[in-house]
Design a protein around this ligand. Sequence first.
Ligand SMILES: CC/C=C\C/C=C\C/C=C\C/C=C\C/C=C\C/C=C\CC/C=C/C(=O)SCCNC(=O)CCNC(=O)[C@H](O)C(C)(C)COP(=O)(O)OP(=O)(O)OC[C@H]1O[C@@H](n2cnc3c(N)ncnc32)[C@H](O)[C@@H]1OP(=O)(O)O
Ligand code: FAD
Length: 642
Amino acid sequence: MAAQIWGSEKRARRRREISAKIAQMPELHDSKPLPFMTREEKIMESARKLTILTEKMGQIIDPTDPAELYHLNNEVLGLEGNPMALHGVMFIPALSAQASDEQQAKWLPRALRREIIGTYAQTELGHGTNLQNLETTATYDLATQEFVLHTPQITALKWWPGNLGKSSNYAVVVAHMIIKAKNYGPHPFMVQLRDEKTHEPLPGITIGDIGPKMAYNIVDNGFLGFNKYRIPRTNLLMRHTKVEADGTYIKPPHAKINYSAMVHVRAYMLTGQAIMLASALNIATRYSSVRRQGQIDKSQPEVKVLEYQTQQHRLFPSIARAYAFQFAGAETVKLYEHVLKEMKSGNVSLMADLHALTSGLKSVVTYQTGEGIEQARMACGGHGYSMASYISEIYGVAIGGCTYEGENMVMLLQLARYLVKSAALVKSGQSSKLGPLVAYLGVKSEPTSLIDRIPNSGFTEYVKTFQHVSKRQTLKAADMFFGLMEKGEKREIAWNKCSVELNRASRLHTRLFIVEAFVRRVNEIADIRIKEALTDLLHLHVNYELLDIASYALEDGFLSASQLDYIRDQVYLYLGKIRPNAVSLLDSWEFSDIELRSVLGRRDGNVYENLFKWAKSSPLNKTDVLSSVTQYLKPMMEKARL
Ligand SMILES: CC/C=C\C/C=C\C/C=C\C/C=C\C/C=C\C/C=C\CC/C=C/C(=O)SCCNC(=O)CCNC(=O)[C@H](O)C(C)(C)COP(=O)(O)OP(=O)(O)OC[C@H]1O[C@@H](n2cnc3c(N)ncnc32)[C@H](O)[C@@H]1OP(=O)(O)O
Ligand SMILES: Cc1cc2nc3c(=O)[nH]c(=O)nc-3n(C[C@H](O)[C@H](O)[C@H](O)COP(=O)(O)OP(=O)(O)OC[C@H]3O[C@@H](n4cnc5c(N)ncnc54)[C@H](O)[C@@H]3O)c2cc1C
C-alpha cells in the first residue's frame, strides 16, 4: 500500500531508508517538543537543523529528488516551516521557470548551494488577490539602464512573503513595470535585499517580520518597502519577457506566463495537503483504537471508541479523501511538469487547462483537508485539544492553504471562467472543441441515474452521476450568467450576481475530477489485496461524496429517494468493511513518530504514560510555585483574607 501511496516500491523503500537514517541522527531531532518552545526558540532550532542538513543532506537523500527533499523536510524540520521554506518552494521554481538561461547561470547555482537565501515577494498590505492593482512600481531609467523600485504608500508594502522578514537576502519581487510612462503590468524582478556579509538591509530597503500567525510560526513572513531602490535592467526575469537597453518591450508568449511560480505551488501543494490530512487521521485513528470509553453492549467491557459508528463516520470518509487527494495530486504534478516543459519550449497552449484544474483542486482539497483535520481533532475528545495531539498545529498549517496561492473563492471563480467558456461551446454546438477534462459537458446523459439498477456496473454509474450534476450545475450557472447579460447587465455585474452558483459548479467539477482520479488509480492496481482494500475505500468515497451533493441530483429527479437510501446504506456498509483495515490504511503512509510529533498518535499506542510525561515536562512545571502566584495571586488571596 505504501508503494501505491508514494508512487512506487522504490519510493516507499527510500522513504523508509531516509526515516531510519534520521532516527540514528539525534542532532536532527527536536531538542524538546515544539509546543513548549517560544517562537524565537523554534526559529533557532529550525535554523540549527537546517545548517546540519545543508552539510549532511547528501548522506541522507538524493538532494536532486524533490520527493526525497520533501520527506526529509517533513521529518526533520516539520510542518511549521523553516527559515528557507520559500527558497525551495517558490524562489528556485520562479528562477527556474522565469529567468533566462544566462540569468539562471548567474543565480541558480548560488541559490542551490545555499550561498544566498531567497523568497517570492508579491502580496502587498493592500492587495493580494488583485495582482493588477499591486502598487509597487519598477520604473525604467533609460539613462542608467536601471529599474527603480518604489513603494509609493503604506498599502504598497510587500506583506506576507514567507522568510522575507529576517532570513532571506534576495527575493523575486513582483512589481508593475513602467517604461516611458507606460505601465506593462506586474513583472518579476530579482532583487538583493540585504548585504551578503553583514545581512543588514541595504540602503533604500525597509524590511521586517509581520508578527505571529495562526500557525507556520517558524516562518518569518515579512514586510518590505523600497525607497527609489535601483536594480540593473538585467534583473527583470527575462525568459519570456524582455526589455532592451533602449526600453523596447518584448511581450511574452502568454500574458500570464509570469504566474508560473503560483501554479507550481498550487500543483504541488495537493499531495502536501493529503499528507497533512493523513497525518491527523493517523493520530486520531490510532488513538481511537487505544481509547476505551463506554459500552455498546452493556454486558461487555468498554469498547475502543473506533467501534462507534459515529466515530467511523467522522474519520473514514476523510481517510478515503486523503487517498483521493494523494492520487489526484500525483496526476496533477505530472501534468504540471509536462506543461512546464512545453512552456519552456514556447508551447503555452495547455496553460489555461492547467490553471483551471489547479485552481479548482487547490480550493476543494484545502477546504476538505481542513474539515477532515478538525474532525480528527474532535474525534480525540479532550486530548485532541491538547497540543500533545499536535493536530491543532497540523490544522493551522493546512488551513493556510485555503488562503495562500490564491484565496479559495477567487480560485474557484477562475475555474468557473473556464467552465463558462466550455458551456458556451456546448450551447453553440461546438462540443467537439471541448478539452478532455470537460468533454463530459458535451455528452447527453441518461434521464435518470442507474446506480443500484445495473448489477456489477462498478463505479461507472457513480461517475456518470457526478458528471450529470456537474454538467447540470455548470450549464445552469452559465445560463444564469448569459441570461443576465442578455437582459443588459454589464459582464462583471452579471458575473458577480452568479458567482455563488458559478463556484458551486467549480466545486462539483473538481469533485468529479477527484473521483475519476481515484477510479483511474484503483483500475490500474494489479495486487489483489491492495486493490480490494482500496476498492472498499473507493466505495465509501463515491457513496459519501454523492450523499454530500445529493440535493443537486434530487432536484431534477436524476436520483430518486430510494436510490438515496441505497447510497446511504452503502456508506454504512463500507464503514463496517473498512473498520478492520482503518489503522493499517493510515499506518501504510509510514509516518514515523519523529515526523508525527504527536503523543496521542504514537505508533506503540502507549498514550497515557507519555501524556503524563509530556505534561510533567511543561516549563510551567519546573517550579511548584510560579512567580505569577507569588507576585499577584498570593497577595490578592492574603489581602482578601484580612
Ligand atoms: C510529494 C511532494 C513532492 C515534492 C514536493 C516538492 C516541492 C514542494 C513544492 C511545492 C509546495 C508544496 C507544498 C506547499 C507547502 C507549503 C507552502 C508554503 C508556503 C506558501 C507560500 C505562499 C505563497 C503565496 O501565496 S504567493 C502569492 C500568491 N498569490 C496569488 O495566488 C494571487 C491570486 N491572484 C491571481 O492569481 C490573479 O490575480 C488572478 C485571480 C488569477 C487574476 O489575475 P489577473 O487579474 O491578472 O487576470 P484576469 O482575472 O484578468 O484573467 C485573465 C485571464 O488569465 C487567466 N489566468 C490567470 N492566471 C492564470 C495562470 N496562472 N495561467 C493561465 N491563465 C491564467 C484567467 O483565467 C483569465 O483567462 P480568461 O480571460 O480566458 O478567462
Ligand atoms: C501562510 C501564508 C503564507 C503566504 N506566503 C506568501 C508568500 O510567500 N508570498 C506572497 O507574495 N504572498 C504570500 N501570502 C499571501 C497570500 O498569497 C494572500 O494572502 C492571498 O493570495 C489572498 O489575498 P488577500 O490577502 O489579498 O485576500 P483578499 O483578496 O483581500 O481576500 C479577502 C476576501 O475577499 C474575497 N475576494 C477578493 N477578491 C475577490 C473577487 N475578485 N471575487 C470574489 N471574492 C473576492 C476573498 O474571497 C476573501 O473572502 C501568504 C499568505 C499566507 C496566509
